[in-house]
Design a protein around this ligand. Structure first.
Ligand code: MF3
Ligand code: CO
Length: 248
């Protein structure tokens, strides 16, 4: 069941989104060779506490950390760890912020120091894929229009889009209906209505889209060991077009 949000509820989610986007801006400043993803996790917990917000991922279905930090061939749900990031790594930091019971969800991929041209291209294409999807998030379109636009663009650039993880509705719960795949056919799926709040969060791989799950039962990584990136925003569908809740 899709839960439609009122104008006031969307405003509350925007307040959570503002904290989240401020937090990503701070992460962008501190990410460099020699920092660990565990330090970033601790930074985020402290940052959210100062803003009276809660890291919703911590404890969610037993997930142990405030952020997911997915390095290089890790697609998503990477565990923060003590190991130091190195020049040339890419890392996706994903988090869900809870402010007074209302959530916002956003992931961003970061370059650590100087990265290869191929890695740069992967980050550029993945970010652009997110915004191409957001452009399709208008009243009257269908979910499949978002999915298809993302897939077509990513594949035209020679990369692949992950099938096993999808975007989702969000509100007081992290995962609500509908699912938002990043691949699919235009004109299919649920019709977008004013008041829907969704995430779009393409994970894009340089090689095959296949993935495997680590022994920790969470972390997904590419089957072929090649790089993967992800950008995610939470957005509200309105009659005046999408409001990006996690970009402020
Ligand atoms: N932020 C992720 C998403 O986009 C959720 C990660 S799963 C968790 O859905 F357990 F870490 F929360
Ligand atoms: Co999400």
């Amino acid at each position: 069941m899709v839960i439609i949000k009122t104008r006031e509820e969307i405003e509350k989610m925007q307040q959570a989104g503002k904290i989240l986007s401020d937090c990503h801006k701070e992460i962008a400043k501190i990410i460099k060779p020699g920092i660990s993803t565990l330090e970033i996790d601790q930074f985020v917990e402290a940052f959210l506490k100062k803003r009276n917000a809660i890291p919703e991922q911590k404890g969610y279905q037993g997930y142990p950390y405030a952020i997911c930090a997915s390095v290089n061939d890790e697609i998503c749900h990477g565990f923060p760890r003590k190991e130091l990031l190195k020049d040339g790594d890419i890392v996706t930091v994903d988090m869900v912020v809870n402010l007074d019971g209302w959530l916002a969800d956003s992931a961003w991929s970061y370059a650590v120091g100087n990265i290869s041209d191929e890695a740069k291209e992967l980050l550029d294409v993945t970010k652009k894929a997110l915004y191409i999807g957001i452009e399709k998030a208008v009243v009257g379109n269908r979910i499949g229009d978002i999915s298809h636009a993302i897939q077509t663009y990513v594949e035209s650039e020679g990369f692949s889009v992950v099938r096993d993880f999808v975007g989702h509705g969000i509100g007081k719960d992290m995962h609500e209906d509908p699912q938002v795949p990043h691949f699919g056919r235009p004109g299919r799926g649920l019709r977008l209505m004013e008041g829907m709040v969704l995430t779009i969060e393409p994970m894009v791989n340089i090689g095959t889209y296949g993935c495997k799950i680590d022994d920790n039962q969470w972390t997904a990584r590419t089957l072929d060991g090649k790089l993967s990136a992800q950008y995610e925003h939470t957005l509200a569908i309105t009659k005046d077009g999408p409001i990006i809740i996690t970009e402020q």
